[in-house]
Design a protein around this ligand. Structure first.
Ligand SMILES: Cc1cc2nc3c(=O)[nH]c(=O)nc-3n(C[C@H](O)[C@H](O)[C@H](O)COP(=O)(O)OP(=O)(O)OC[C@H]3O[C@@H](n4cnc5c(N)ncnc54)[C@H](O)[C@@H]3O)c2cc1C
Length: 367
């Protein structure tokens, strides 16, 4: 009995395996990913082989997103851009796993969850449009065996030739459909983006659809709205992995400065590593609870998801800001981790749902 326990204890969990892979393979790549000279396809595929995108593949009542979030946080603790790409792949897997289209699942689920097929999500524009921030950019028309889609998305990450991503279009009768786009299909063009502050190594492109045929076996849901309602909490909660990982590293960086600069850093009131550890514990506890029931349809649950995402973004930016103050001139040197964490942290605040969108959503709920 005891031996069996000991054996079970030695089976590495997904989080341990991801941590080991991250520590072994990611540090030498971070600089190039940050500079935008390297897109870490092999590393992302390696995480797929470990199961990092498979934890919810049998989407059902017992689905729990915590393992996926924990694994993502291990990646983001070392590199926020790669943590974001892990979220992109997970979001894609989340859409496919929850689709009711058997043909689509047969075609894509295995390849997306093991990351032999890489990809992401183009849902920022729809997510903003559903909350009255901007208009839906993709237009679709029903044709024999599928849809024809036109329009453009300004930014989609973790893509490239041969990759796929989820999108939403609107038909002339205001019906919305959700689909998977194949970046290499005829009528799909990828456009280089202007360089970003960070995230240049994330395979981010503008995507143009020119009367692109989307076959029925690439349609996630002919009626996107109920589907979005089903996946929206998971979409948001999974992003916590990025936030938690970055905050953990910021705390580590602040602690690292104690021996040399603690005598003066201690005057940064309310911005001590202990303050952020406390905030992180509170946020993580709330996320852990919410991520255990991603299909909860109650308004009270949805509000908590939005609030927790807002808090996670705020805590990430606050921790990165404090890290800059703690690390001082060292952190201000180009190439220091602190300034990279700061640039990555702002992305958590601007990626959809951005801080301002989350605040609007909460204000609208009150109204
Ligand atoms: C590096 C990076 C990666 C991203 N990856 C994805 C992804 O994978 N999938 C996805 O769906 N979204 C992606 N986005 C978009 C992201 O999620 C947000 O939607 C985006 O950052 C803007 O959000 P916001 O709410 O702050 O909107 P705002 O920036 O306040 O407003 C957005 C609107 O402003 C206008 N606008 C923005 N930039 C410019 C510009 N340079 N010139 C003129 N007008 C402009 C456009 O009309 C746009 O719709 C990415 C963005 C960045 C910067």
């Amino acid at each position: 009995m005891l031996a069996a326990h000991a054996e079970a204890a030695q089976v590495p969990t997904l989080v341990t395996s991801v941590r080991n892979a991250v520590q072994a393979d990611l540090p030498p790549l971070v600089d190039a990913i940050d500079k935008g000279t390297h897109y870490p396809a092999d590393f992302l595929r390696g995480l797929g082989a470990l199961g990092a995108y498979s934890t919810f593949r049998d989407a059902g009542p017992r689905t729990d997103l915590n393992e996926a979030i924990d694994a993502m946080s291990e990646v983001a603790e070392v590199c926020g851009a790669t943590g974001f790409m892990v979220w992109c792949q997970n979001a894609l897997a989340w859409y496919v796993a929850n689709s009711g289209n058997r043909a689509l699942k047969d075609k894509l689920l295995d390849r997306v969850t093991d990351a032999s097929l890489l990809g992401g999500t183009g849902l920022s524009n729809p997510m903003k449009s559903f909350f009255g921030i901007e208009k839906l950019r993709l237009k679709g028309k029903r044709v024999d065996g599928g849809y024809v889609v036109r329009g453009a998305l300004p930014w989609v990450s973790n893509i490239g030739p041969g990759h796929v991503f989820g999108g939403i279009f609107e038909t002339p009768d205001a019906q919305k459909g959700m689909f998977i786009a194949d970046c290499s299909a005829p009528g799909v063009s990828l456009m280089e983006c202007d360089p970003f502050l960070a995230m240049d190594g994330t395979g981010t492109y503008g995507v143009q659809f020119t009367d692109t045929f989307i076959p029925d076996d690439m349609v996630i849901a002919h009626d996107a709205m109920p589907f979005v309602k089903k996946i929206r909490a998971g979409f948001i909660l999974l992003q916590a992995g990025m936030a938690i990982g970055i905050v953990r590293d910021c705390i580590e960086l602040m602690q690292h400065m104690r021996p040399s600069l603690g005598h003066v850093n201690k005057y940064l009131a309310g911005q001590q590593p202990e303050d952020f550890t406390r905030a992180l514990d509170e946020i993580s506890t709330e996320i852990r609870t919410l991520a255990a029931t991603p299909y909860d349809t109650s308004e009270a649950y949805w509000r908590r998801v939005v609030e927790s995402r807002l808090q996670a973004g705020d805590a990430t930016m606050a921790a990165a800001h404090a890290t800059m103050l703690h690390t001082g001139a060292r952190g201000y040197v180009k190439g220091h981790r602190a300034q990279r964490r700061m640039r990555e942290a702002y992305f958590v605040g601007i990626v959809t749902p951005a801080t301002k969108q989350l605040s609007k959503m909460l204000a609208d709920m009150v109204a």
